[in-house]
Write a protein that binds this ligand. Structure first.
Ligand code: SAH
Length: 276
């Protein structure tokens, strides 16, 4: 007798399922983003499990208050520490209190605070996260989060770019997406995540040369700091614009050369900083 889907899902999860916990005051925010494409399919296949945690469940009192005025005065409200510490402790099933210690105790789990003042999230960070078993993502709101969360609860404070958003939900979702698509089995075609912007070098070319701009990542691997090459599909001619001849030639070596050249050109044009 075939096992019910839910049992298959749980078994897969126990084996090698990565778990994301999103702590937020707007749990419904994630309904759309989690329900589409690779994230949805990966979740249905039991490779990831995403749990959305309503922060208000960890508030006391009738008003379920999550925020308060800033000490020292100034604009806006700040998310209080108590509900956030209690939410994470409840998710982990144990007490926390020292981010560094928590990291030593449980290196497979990251507690990440989404913050415009954090370290920039990039493909290297996504790759590092994809090796973990669990990521707890804390979404800030208002003027931000009581600093004790960054100091003693989160072991990482992460920004998705040099701009300020109104909440950490979109940034957290972006992390879930970028990490999920790197998990083995998430993409239909394994090669796709090895052969794109910021992918690891050895998958792309065995012999780097000077034009192939690489840098050594924190993990010591060579990372290809080039953007993806341009892609084309049918029709071969659209409104008079033709697909580059070489792509239709069937000459794989020439196609590879052309793609590399175009990737270099595009990187120089759009991201000269990657060459500096
Ligand atoms: N006062 C803060 C901004 C608060 S924005 C500052 O000047 O740095 C409210 C929340 O949105 C933050 O707590 C954070 O969780 C989220 N957020 C805003 N911009 C972000 C970014 N670039 N990356 C990650 N999270 C961000």
């Amino acid at each position: 007798m075939p096992l019910p889907d839910v049992i298959v899902h749980i078994m897969a999860c126990i084996e090698n399922c990565m778990r994301f916990d999103l702590i937020t005051i707007f749990p419904e925010f994630f309904n759309g983003p989690l329900d589409h494409g690779i994230v949805r399919r990966t979740s249905e296949a039991g490779l990831i499990h995403v749990h959305v945690q309503n922060l208000r469940e960890f508030t006391k009192g009738r008003h379920r208050t999550v925020d308060d005025r800033p000490f020292g005065g100034g604009e806006g409200m700040v998310l209080k520490p108590e509900p956030l510490f209690e939410a994470v402790e409840s998710l982990l099933g144990r007490s926390v209190g020292d981010a560094a210690k928590q990291n030593e105790q449980d290196p497979g789990t990251a507690i990440v605070l989404m913050s415009a003042a954090g370290r920039l999230f990039d493909q290297e960070t996504a790759r590092r996260y994809s090796q973990l078993q669990r990521i707890i993502l804390i979404c800030g709101r208002y003027e931000g989060v009581d600093e004790r969360v960054a100091e003693h609860l989160a072991n990482e404070e992460v920004s998705i770019g040099d701009f300020v958003l109104s909440g950490g939900e979109l940034p957290a979702m972006l992390v879930v997406d970028a990490v999920t698509r790197l998990l083995p089995g998430a993409l239909g075609n394994e090669a796709s995540s090895q052969n794109e912007s910021f992918s690891e070098l050895q998958a792309v070319t065995a012999k780097p040369d000077k034009s192939w701009n690489t840098t050594r990542s924190e993990s010591g691997k060579e990372v290809r700091m080039l953007l993806d090459f341009p892609h084309y599909t049918r029709p071969a001619e659209y409104r008079g614009w033709k697909v580059p001849e070489i792509l239709i030639s069937g000459n794989h070596a020439e196609v590879a050369k052309w793609r590399k050249q175009k990737a270099v050109e595009k990187t120089r044009r759009n991201r000269p900083d990657l060459f500096s």
